[in-house]
Design a protein around this ligand. Structure first.
Ligand code: HDE
Length: 763
């Protein structure tokens, strides 16, 4: 040891630590081959028979990085034990002094069980408490080394394991999935150069421009502090009070009032990194980037009334949908799109790319599709994986870097900080779901729940006793922060200031861009959402302030909402912070409409209800089930009770579901089979009428055979659309037209919704 220590006479790296000239050339740490600080083979030979002591750890290896199988537990065929591995004879009784005597303190088995139970809960996430997650991989379509040295993009076809958590933002852990809310879309890439977390949302902009306002917006959004109501809803005074006083929230609020905030499924929503990030290549050259996830199935949403009803029937609607799709082998898939641009381009635009309340229209910078994300495995244990996963925006890898976005800056701090409370200490990175697959070697030590058993005497650097290990990687292989991170000339002043650049003062152009890019039906839904939410606001001045803000977005929208809320006269438009804002480059962006990405045209995993009763036409039902299932849909026979029904030809059908346990709004489409005798009863039944009416008014396709048209009449549904045309989503057919009808129906299901039925498109 002395010889080796003497080999390092002084610290040769010291001089490289000073002066700007050295900043680019950080040397690799000085190190010598370390002596074996591990016990010798002979001293181990005896110990090695003892599984607890184990074999000698392979030099330079950290075993906690191995596959999650190292911690997966399967109890099949196993005896019940205590936490200490002591076999438990009976799990039915506490130890007592006599059958009717007191319980005994010495019952360590009962006490361990109850104590563990008492401490089962951990604090829920302060936001995004309710979520669902899945394992999968990211596969790169091409090498992006021209732009970035980041591990997942190095070579075409490279697969990087990921864990993805979707969430609602405002509701508590047990709240409903279908709340009107922004959805989280957080991706942890386990790259071979360390973990990279891309913690995004399904809306590309945010409420605020500066991290210091985050506690304010979240306090305003969450249930009000005096009575803790309402749960998972923005429809209350404090939220609208805050946003009506924060004009920069207007753009996000427009998105939040759109159908984007009530997705049909996690599988049918986009994801966005929101902030502008940087890509950095081997040569140290950087470009700016925005990240987009695009679902292969297209972007599809619920309608508000449907979301409200589903919340009552199945609070786990999105969680169940994700779980079932993966179990069925219908793996959710998203493509990664990058908007890559330069500092010079950014400087020329009317908006600031460091302002997270602004997006970059795809018409200005098109998406470059660079890979796909596939989710192909459900977690084994919700708590161990989905609850304990810790996403941190600070976790980036060589090839990715931050920008000076003042919202991002706060996030880099917040995510690590929050895990310290939520997961109980600084070792949360060792929890298996959070552990990197890249090797972890450093001198961070101790703290609650430490898992690693670090060997040797050295827990500091530089050292000579361990041959200098672990040694610094140097700029050749280690993460080096990009030198120039100033996105704008005006930011080059190094004065310490608490202000934002001037372009941040423009608050309405992109809210208008978003609104004007929507279809008439989407606009109508936005107006309806404002009406609903503001009608829940009890302070008239807040409603008025919101209308004056909307007047700066679209006078038509503001007038409609004001009229719906009983305003007799319009308030003045809200004064603007920007006196002479630059002209926006793009004023309509068709890609911002939900319909711009209809998906791959398949009907896979769509739930289709086939109504059954005694006397329905049996032959067509079996054929329907086979055809729809072959197309990948999930046909379900729905009756009034869970029993066997007899078809007109004597066939037996067992109902899969009832109108009570699976109401109409839980399905994506409906088939009404023929069969006069069956329909007589159903026609008068109010449940059936509601079932059919919900399908129709939530714009879903309906296929009605023969006499079943009577059910449509009973539900007051007409095949004509308000504009006089025939509804392509309502297919009426006779049994003889079966083949043609089913083809039309499958096409109609692939379109998802038939918004031509919307009676109020005048916004
Ligand atoms: Fe978060 N956010 N956030 N956020 N956020 C959290 O971290 C925070 C923001 C997002 O599935 C917390 O681990 C601040 C934008 C998602 O586990 C916390 C600011 C975007 C998730 C936190 C923001 C997000 C979180 C709570 C403003 C979209 C769930 C628990 C500066 C790009 C991740 C946790 C998961 C969670 C702070 C703004 C998305 C407190 C301070 C913008 C998807 O650290």
């Amino acid at each position: 040891l002395n010889e080796m220590c003497a080999g390092m006479k002084y610290n040769p790296m010291k001089s490289s630590e000073y002066g700007e000239k050295n900043a680019d050339k950080i040397p690799e740490g000085t190190h010598l081959p370390p002596p074996s600080r591990l016990p010798t083979a002979s001293s181990l030979s005896e110990m090695n028979h003892n599984p607890k002591v184990g074999t000698n750890a392979k030099q330079g290896h950290n075993a906690t990085n191995e596959s999650l199988d190292r911690v997966r537990v399967d109890d099949t065929g196993c005896v019940l034990t205590t936490n200490q591995g002591v076999k438990i004879a009976t799990n039915q009784h506490t130890l007592r002094a006599g059958a009717r005597g007191p319980m005994l303190m010495e019952d360590f088995i009962m006490r361990e069980k109850i104590t563990h139970f008492d401490h089962e809960r951990i604090p829920e996430r302060v936001v995004h408490a309710r979520g669902s997650a899945a394992h999968g991989y990211f596969e790169s379509y091409e090498s992006l080394t021209q732009y970035t040295k980041a591990a997942p993009f190095k070579v075409k076809g490279k697969k990087t394991p990921v864990f993805v958590r979707f969430s609602t933002a405002s509701g508590e852990r047990g709240s409903k999935d279908t709340a009107r809310d922004v959805r989280g879309f957080a991706v942890k890439f386990y790259t071979d150069e360390g973990n990279w977390d891309l913690v995004g949302n399904n809306i590309p902009v945010f409420f605020i421009q500066d991290a210091i306002k985050f506690p304010d917006v979240i306090h305003a959004l969450k249930p009000e502090p005096h009575h803790n109501m309402p749960q998972a809803s923005s429809a209350h005074d404090t939220f609208w009070d805050f946003v009506s006083l924060m004009p920069e929230s207007t753009h996000m609020v427009l998105w939040q009032m759109s159908d984007r905030a009530i997705p049909r499924s996690y599988r049918t929503m986009q994801g966005f990194g929101v902030h502008t990030f940087r890509l950095v290549n081997e040569a140290g050259e950087a470009c700016l980037v925005k990240f987009h996830w695009i679902p292969k199935l297209g972007t599809h949403s619920l309608v508000w009334e449907e979301a409200v009803k589903i919340a009552g029937a199945d609070t786990d609607f999105h969680r169940r949908d994700l779980w079932e799709a993966i179990e069925a082998g219908e793996y959710p898939e998203y493509e990664l799109g990058l908007q890559i641009f330069t500092e010079e381009q950014a400087a020329s635009w009317s908006f600031d790319v460091l302002d997270s309340t602004k997006l970059i229209p795809e018409e200005l910078v098109p998406l470059k599709i660079v890979g796909r994300l596939v989710l192909d495995r459900n977690p084994d244990n919700f708590f161990a994986e989905t609850e304990q996963v810790a996403f941190c925006t600070a976790q980036i890898i060589p090839g990715i870097d931050f920008t000076n976005d003042p919202l991002l800056g706060g996030r880099i701090h917040s995510y690590v900080d929050t895990q310290l409370t939520r997961l109980g200490g600084p070792n949360f990175h060792e929890i298996p779901i959070n552990a990197a697959i890249a090797q972890v070697h450093n001198n961070n030590r101790d703290g609650f729940h430490r898992q690693e058993i670090n060997r040797g005497r050295v827990n500091y650097e530089p050292n000579s006793i361990a041959g200098g290990c672990p040694f610094q990687a140097g700029s050749g292989q280690g993460f080096s922060t990009i030198k120039k991170r100033l996105a704008h000339k005006e930011a080059e002043s190094h004065d310490n200031v608490r202000i934002h650049p001037e372009k941040f003062a423009e608050h309405y152009a992109q809210a208008r861009l978003f609104y004007e890019s929507q279809t008439p039906v989407e606009k109508a839904h936005i107006a309806d959402a404002f009406r609903f939410e503001l009608s829940k606001v009890t302070v008239p001045a807040i409603r008025e302030r919101m209308i004056s803000s909307l007047l700066n977005v679209s006078p038509k929208l503001a007038e409609r909402v004001a009229k719906d809320l009983g305003f007799e006269k319009l308030p003045e438009p809200m004064p603007k912070a920007a006196e002479a804002p630059a002209k926006p480059e793009i004023v309509v962006s068709p890609m911002l409409s939900l319909g711009a990405r209809p998906g791959d045209g398949s009907i896979r995993m769509r739930k289709i209800a086939i109504l059954v009763d005694d006397g329905v036409e049996g032959k067509s039902i079996s054929k329907l089930v086979t055809t729809l299932a072959a197309a990948g849909a999930i046909p379900r026979l729905v009756g009034s009770r869970l029993r066997t029904y007899k078809g007109a030809g004597g066939e037996n059908f067992i109902a899969d579901a009832t109108m009570e346990n699976s109401p109409g709004f839980m399905f994506d489409a409906l088939v009404l089979p023929d069969g006069v005798s069956a329909l007589k009863a159903l026609e008068k039944d109010l449940h059936t009428q509601d079932f059919v009416r919900d399908q129709y008014w939530h714009f879903k396709p309906i296929l009605a055979f023969g006499a079943s048209k009577a059910l449509l009449t009973a539900a007051q549904i007409s095949p004509n659309l308000p504009d006089g045309s025939i509804d392509p989503g309502l297919i009426l057919a006779e049994a003889s037209e079966y083949d043609d009808a089913i083809t039309k129906f499958i096409l109609a299901v692939a379109q998802h919704r038939h918004f031509g039925r919307e009676r109020d498109q005048n916004v």
